[in-house]
Design a protein around this ligand. Structure first.
Ligand code: SF4
Length: 286
């Protein structure tokens, strides 16, 4: 394939600068028009490219669901594992080879419903992982069932009269479990998302980023967002950046004019699982 082609007399590059990081043979992707996962992919690819870590040390792990298809499009070492089990796979990789930069990218259902227990224990242990959770408030891939992040009153395929179960507030849970880095952004905040992913690679310990993302054909359609653009407009009009927000108050209703509070909420340093393990081995040797 040539690098440049003439289209209507204009030279067009047929190679994207980040093509080397994508498995072009897997494209086109499966995602719906207006889905936020393309933006997440773009940010992740860019963050990996710009990181100080060599490409052959990056590993991306996912579970099952729309978000979990993402690693399959990356031309890196990637693992598409079983539902809710991305964290145990990633933990095993990191413990077996601490030199790897291990990133988990998965949806809210995968990480907080089916895999919730794995996540809180990885946080408790402070395993050195980057966990990027794409929250679209429902199980998109299987037809839009409600889950642990579906806001009160939101309609889904399985809550046609509105959800009455209290949803999880993800940054609050993760911070309470002890994660040393906690952030939330939306797919509208492309620059912040890129920056926070790069920051996550530098964090020693578990770095958690919630990424609020549109899911137009299921959650969006049933909740007055007629397309992906309508949800991006909601993010634009009602996002409020507050790094010092009181995390117990930043649960999401996804109803204008309620705000979507975003920011880098927690950034601390505490001993990682790997550091404590090394220390123990040293002590045992001496
Ligand atoms: S169902 Fe939702 S999350 Fe899944 S690809 Fe479509 S828009 Fe994206």
């Amino acid at each position: 394939m040539t690098e440049v082609e003439l289209v209507h007399g204009v030279e067009i590059s047929v190679k994207h600068p980040r093509d080397e990081l994508l498995r072009a043979d897997r494209l086109p992707h499966i995602w719906c028009p207006g889905c936020g996962l393309g933006i997440v992919t773009k940010c992740l690819v860019e963050a990996i490219r710009r990181s100080d870590v060599p490409l052959d040390r990056h590993v991306v792990v996912s579970g099952i669901g729309c978000t979990s298809r993402l690693p399959g499009y990356l031309n890196l070492d990637t693992y598409h594992t079983t539902h809710g089990r991305a964290i145990p796979f990633a933990t095993g990789l990191k413990i077996a080879n601490p030199d790897l930069e291990v990133t988990v990218v998965a949806g809210d259902g995968d990480l907080f419903n089916i895999g919730g227990n794995h996540l809180i224990h990885a946080i408790r242990r402070n395993v050195d992982l980057n966990v990027f959770c794409v929250n679209n408030f429902n199980y998109g891939m299987t037809g839009g069932q409600f889950g642990a992040t579906t806001p009160i009153g939101a309609r889904t395929a399985t809550t046609p009269y509105g959800n009455f179960e209290a949803p999880f507030n993800l940054p609050y849970i993760v911070a309470a479990a002890g994660a040393p880095f906690v952030a939330r952004w939306t797919t509208l905040h492309v620059r912040q998302l890129l920056r926070v992913m790069r920051r996550a690679f530098q964090i020693q310990g578990l770095a958690f980023v919630e990424i609020i993302s549109p899911c137009p054909p299921t959650f969006g359609e049933l909740n007055n967002f007629e397309d992906g653009y309508a949800m991006m407009e909601y993010f634009r009009n009602y996002s409020r950046v507050d790094d010092h927000a009181e995390l117990s108050t930043i649960g999401l209703s996804m109803k204008p004019p309620d705000p979507v509070v975003v920011g880098n909420f927690v950034d601390t340093r505490k001993p990682t699982y790997h550091e404590l393990e090394r220390e123990l081995i040293e002590r045992a040797r001496n």
